[in-house]
Design a protein around this ligand. Structure first.
Ligand SMILES: C[S@@+](CC[C@H](N)C(=O)[O-])C[C@H]1O[C@@H](n2cnc3c(N)ncnc32)[C@H](O)[C@@H]1O
Length: 212
């Protein structure tokens, strides 16, 4: 997005809470690939989507620095509402736990370290909202898996579904497995009669899916 427009949006939406500003700075200082962090605009959008859907149980695939998990947690209003978030990279565990502890919303979040494809079936829960933001190559598998644990009427939010615009390039240019994963995910969702879907061209593309 144009930098001036981004700055304009940031100054006309809810301010980024101080603990998340600190987390964002710390992510840039201490972690690899800080671009993966949702950031101010998408973070406020995630919180708003939680406010709008008022979920009890939320599942996140791909915690990274816990920025998005904390935004989702901030939006929760129901008594006992909770988030399970799954991260495969155990080197992130200390960083995540440190920031969950520092946040007023950290106690609403349970961190699970491991592969989401293995962990989700062991959680024994059904979810009102699932945020998919892990390995792009496995989006089709994540979709089939989380649909089994999504309540009727529930929502999936999937990030990076425009993948830098690569999804709209000619097929012969889509040689990497990440692009292929996202393209296949978008195709599966668009053709799935169990759901309604919309793609919002915010940041790298955010797909909202409603299970009928
Ligand atoms: C884009 S980052 C997540 C960003 C975070 N949700 C946010 O918005 O601030 C993707 C994360 O998914 C993790 N990941 C990749 N494959 C995974 C898997 N199979 N299960 C759980 N986490 C996975 C990566 O290690 C990485 O930390």
């Amino acid at each position: 997005m144009d930098e001036a427009l981004e700055a304009y949006i940031q100054s006309h939406i809810e301010a980024e809470p101080q603990n998340l500003q600190r987390l964002d700075r710390d992510t840039h200082l201490r972690l690899l690939y800080p671009r993966m962090c949702s950031g101010h605009i998408q973070g406020r959008l995630l919180k708003m989507l939680v406010r709008m859907t008022n979920p009890l149980n939320v599942l996140e695939l791909g915690t990274y620095s816990a920025y998005s998990a904390l935004c989702l947690a901030e939006g929760l209003t129901r008594e006992g509402a909770h988030i399970d978030t799954i991260e495969i990279d155990d080197e992130l565990e200390d960083f995540i736990r440190e920031h969950l502890k520092q946040s007023p919303y950290g106690s609403r979040i349970t961190l699970h370290i491991g592969d989401a494809l293995n962990i989700v079936p062991t959680l024994g829960k059904h979810y009102d909202l699932v945020y998919v933001d892990a390995n792009k190559r496995h989006y089709p598998q994540y979709y089939e898996l989380v649909m089994q644990y999504l309540k009727p009427g529930g929502f999936i939010i999937a990030d990076n579904t425009l993948w830098d615009g690569k999804v709209a390039e000619p097929e012969h240019k889509q040689s990497d497995r990440q692009t292929q994963g996202i393209v296949e995910f978008n195709r599966m969702v668009a053709q799935d009669p169990r759901v309604e879907v919309v793609i919002i061209p915010v940041r790298d593309g955010l797909t909202l899916i409603h299970k009928r």
